[in-house]
Design a protein around this ligand. Sequence first.
Ligand SMILES: Cc1cc2nc3c(=O)[nH]c(=O)nc-3n(C[C@H](O)[C@H](O)[C@H](O)COP(=O)(O)OP(=O)(O)OC[C@H]3O[C@@H](n4cnc5c(N)ncnc54)[C@H](O)[C@@H]3O)c2cc1C
Ligand code: HEM
Length: 404
Amino acid sequence: MLSAKSAEIVEATLPAVGGAIGEITPLFYGKMFAAHPELLRDLFNRGNQANGTQRQALAGSIAAFASALVAHPDQRPDAMLARIAHKHVSVGIGNAQYKIVHEHLFAAIVEVLGEAVTPEVAAAWDEVYWLMANALIAAEDRLRTEAAAAQGGDPDDLWRPYAVVARFQETDDVVSFLVRPADGGPVPPARPGQYVSVRATMADGARQIRQYSLSGNPDGALRFTVKRVGAGASGEPAGEVSNHLHAHLNAGDVIEVAPPLGDVSLADGDGPVLLASAGIGNTPMTAMLAHLAATGSTRTVVSVHGDRDQLTHAFRAELGRHTAELANASAHVFYEQPLGAWPQERTGLVDLATVPVPAGTTAYLCGPVPFLRSVRAQLLAAGVPAADIHYEVFGPDLWLGQDA
Ligand SMILES: Cc1cc2nc3c(=O)[nH]c(=O)nc-3n(C[C@H](O)[C@H](O)[C@H](O)COP(=O)(O)OP(=O)(O)OC[C@H]3O[C@@H](n4cnc5c(N)ncnc54)[C@H](O)[C@@H]3O)c2cc1C
Ligand code: HEM
């Protein structure tokens, strides 16, 4: 609930703050990391800092939250914060750190906007910040308590050592790791579609955290699957953690893993399900499909996957196997550059024109943003309501607050 006075001031200053947010966020992170270098080294994803995506996600979320408050000052738009809360708990941020972010964010705002930040303006935006922070803190407390109850131990330190019990080469660039708690304790429950965070110590001593969607839980263990990120065509460096895991994580090794989290997961129900993925985006879809097969689901299940070719397509065999196990399932695979003649697959990008989309479908999407946009537009055109289209994105979510 935003006070009427603050709502008025926030509405009046939203264009100025929104317009300057591209300047404010780098300054904010610069100030925060100068005061707390350990946060960049051991908590934040330094790849996302270097490529700018985390800054855009933070800026987008604040602007979207403030806009929602201005539109409905009597409601706190908590639902849009679920993704952030899951991510925060997964990486292990603590409530006390909200003061640190507040201090440096507001210092950056004052530096960029100067005299426009009168005491009234500062107080109104302070209210927005703490409404958002308190909503996140409450959601994160709940998630931490649940996760600690499920895996045992301290809610304020959810990291646990896991032993790699097996490693599988899925394709040239994709490796799966099957892990179990190193102390022999129970494997925490996961909903199909959720991810784990993995914390790896890099050559320079930094501890870097990345998320990996679970690709299933064969033999009651957790399986996550990592695609090695190569150097970019415009000189971007190769991904540090994915290449580190490929090069150094083998059966018998131990790695720190946080419990399964993530707000996108297969909901129970009887209605038709469409699972659409591209490239390595099929990790959560593989877990969802395996779950449906393992529980003998009679739901109509339509899998759609796009990849470069047969050899880059991880879980190709699992897709075929689980589709055959299910009573009412079909799989539709598109290869951009198919190797030879594979009559059961199609050539080109994913195109839903030839894919059945039954009435009442709930859709789950995961893949690069252009793929998500294209498939979402095709589903909307096919009559699937926006509320029934859920997506996971393998990086900071830059869609937050937009009609997604
Ligand atoms: C919810 C979620 C689930 C995920 N699930 C999976 C999964 O199942 N499987 C999977 O493989 N991945 C998954 N990911 C992605 C994964 O977390 C990592 O982002 C991925 O492995 C790349 O990490 P990295 O450390 O190798 O790359 P990073 O080092 O983080 O680099 C990331 C990108 O930034 C670029 N970059 C880095 N530094 C610079 C710079 N100085 N200038 C310009 N560009 C730069 C890199 O070139 C690269 O393209 C998921 C992500 C999320 C958020
Ligand atoms: C109101 C305050 C805050 C807002 C609005 C906010 C917003 C966000 C957003 C939008 C994301 C990206 C989520 C996604 O799509 O994946 C994120 C991730 C993250 N946040 Fe926050 N956050 C806040 C407070 C904090 C605090 C206090 C910390 C701790 C210092 C923190 C640390 C992180 C980290 C480490 C990530 C993951 C970053 C990455 O791996 O790239 N955040 N936050």
